[in-house]
Design a protein around this ligand. Sequence first.
Ligand code: GLY
Length: 253
Amino acid sequence: MFKNAIVRKPGKSLLNGITSASLGKPDYNKASAQHTAYVDALQDCGVKVTVLEANEKFPDSVFVEDTAVVTAKCAIITNPGAAGRQGEEIEIKEALKEFYENIESIQAPGTLDGGDIMMVGGHFYIGLSARTNSDGAEQFTRILEKYGYTVSTVSLKKVLHLKTGLAYLENNNLLVTGEFVDLPIFAKFNRIVVDEAESYAANSIWVNDKVIMPAGFEKTKKAVTEAGYEVLTVDASEFRKLDGGVSCMSLRF
Ligand code: GLY
């Protein structure tokens, strides 16, 4: 179960965030309101949420998940794979010092985004992507092995991050879409397959037996509800315009 979450408010510079989407510029006021509702949803799941102030210097800094990986035994500060995001991790490290004695770091030339890491109990799947390179993955592996964790790597072909297309919902249930659906490495899970038309909904999060999911994806919501979860939906339209989703906006531990 998670006790804590860390989020960062979006800044007005959000409009200049990195994107591959063609959905237009995010609206700052809408993004702010959506972020507040997201924090409310996390609180409804029973976690204490630390809300960091916006950091205008970094347009993508609302996506805190990319800056650290938080486990039961340590926090690992990343070296984000997008050059314009390097530096976001510095303030996150300060925030995590309140919660962790063991803080490790990925060093250049290694790069790693937290969005490329999926935790399944004591096993971590690492997506090798445009943001996470093999050096970053090797450093991450060495750190985790020191704490008794195990890892597997998955090479990404199309999507930005591993968790763009996957969400582990505990109890062996995996929400999965696109290039990950037929990968043998995920065959052991009870796969809840998300239609391509609803692929954005694969970026959802399990928080203490509830699932927070983007609003507007009824087929996926129904499938997750039928799998036994209470689903909380939040409008994430403004973050989607920057390739971001509900997992990217928090660290949960
Ligand atoms: N806009 C989020 C990212 O590219 O990391």
